[in-house]
Ligand binder design. Structure first.
Ligand SMILES: C[S@@+](CC[C@H](N)C(=O)[O-])C[C@H]1O[C@@H](n2cnc3c(N)ncnc32)[C@H](O)[C@@H]1O
Length: 349
């Protein structure tokens, strides 16, 4: 995830209200939200359902009261026929009452997640689904877990057993309320935009985009960063996926070699160019592994060759440090962080 300031400052400096902007690897919707804050209209694409659900919430026009009303309605609805997953992982991960309430919300949202309140609620639940137990207040629904990555079942059960950690009963409603107040209380410009679930390498994914975009601000997966799907298996379950870890790479850029990786990015730049206005600006933040054979800038430059995008300049975006999840995750040696870059290009196609 790149910081909100990155797209925000670019739009603030050079964007114009009403312009359209695209992020073909939108992740948690940072570009989408930055654009919204400044009155731009934004389109995000991602192949991960988790990323799409979170990005959609960045465009929701709602407020905490409406979200709470909706979750109460769902929890009070006795007619939902709830399926609750079984097994040692689920018993240890969630208190039974919490799991049953979560399953109820899940099933209701799987049936219908059209309204902005439900879209917001879905993202709030995804954010609180797993994370550390806190001493003073309850912020997550799960037993002790990482917040960013889903627990791997066998490892997690061993860890909980060894440390005698049992899942607490937590008040789902108050956790949701606190998050709704935190994330949906601000008066943000009513949004216009679109989030597309799809593979950006495929030109069909761009078919529903009817506007020409003036901006593309994006950050592809860094070369070697291939674990978005298994890292998110529990959130994927909440979105209708299976109740076990999925190790597939469906719809994700493949990382077999730098050349193959660049060839896939190239398709994304070509597809993005096809919906770009003349002289549209593209800014790509990219970094890489501590792997001399895979120079991130070389991969990126290579991917932009013969695409219609002309590189204007490359700026350093600083060094990977704590808080910069993507780079920290792929850096095996935290003491020698790799530099990240912003590559600016203009559409001349
Ligand atoms: C570095 S993250 C983007 C982070 C984003 N800038 C943010 O601030 O949250 C890269 C994203 O690309 C997505 N992705 C990978 N391969 C893709 C593909 N072929 N098509 C669309 N999205 C893809 C991943 O699911 C991931 O969300």
């Amino acid at each position: 995830m790149f910081p909100l300031d990155f797209p925000y400052e670019i739009f603030k400096e050079a964007g114009k209200k009403g312009q359209w902007a695209l992020d073909p690897f939108c992740g948690r919707g940072t570009t989408v939200y930055a654009g919204r804050m400044l009155g731009l209209r934004t389109i995000g694409i991602d192949s991960s359902p988790v990323a799409v659900a979170i990005s959609q919430a960045k465009l929701a026009n709602t407020n905490p009261r409406a979200i709470i009303r909706e979750v109460k309605r769902i929890l009070n609805n006795d007619s939902t026929n709830t399926h609750v997953p079984e097994g040692i992982f689920w018993e240890k991960a969630y208190h039974p009452d919490v799991l049953s309430a979560l399953c109820k919300i899940r099933e209701e949202l799987l049936n219908d997640c059209e309204s902005d309140e439900r879209i917001a609620l879905r993202a709030i639940v995804l954010g609180a689904l797993h994370g550390p137990k806190q001493k003073t207040k309850q912020s997550y629904f799960s037993n002790q877990c990482q917040r960013t990555y889903a627990p791997k079942p066998v490892y997690a059960v061993n860890f909980w057993n060894k440390n005698r950690l049992e899942p607490d009963y937590v008040n789902i409603l108050s956790i949701i309320e606190e998050r709704a107040n935190k994330y949906f209380n601000e008066e943000v410009v009513r949004s216009k935009g679109q989030i597309i679930t799809g593979d950006s390498r495929d030109s069909n994914t761009f078919k529903t985009i009817s506007k020409r975009v003036s901006w593309i601000i994006t950050s592809p997966p860094y070369y070697g960063m291939r674990t978005y799907i298994p890292d998110q298996w529990l959130r994927l379950w909440f979105l209708g996926g299976q109740s076990t870890v999925d190790y597939s790479m469906n719809g994700q850029v493949e990382h077999a070699s730098p050349e193959m990786f660049a060839a896939q990015l190239k398709k994304v730049w070509i597809n993005s160019g096809a919906v770009a206005k003349k002289r549209a600006q593209m800014v790509i933040r990219f970094g890489g592994l501590n792997d001399r054979k895979a120079d991130p800038l070389e991969i990126l430059y290579h991917s932009l060759d013969d695409t219609g995008w002309k590189i204007d300049e490359t700026k350093s975006a600083g060094f990977a440090s704590q808080g910069n999840r993507q780079a920290v995750h792929i850096n095996t040696d935290i003491n020698s962080p790799r530099e990240e870059y912003d590559v600016w290009a203009t559409w001349r196609g």
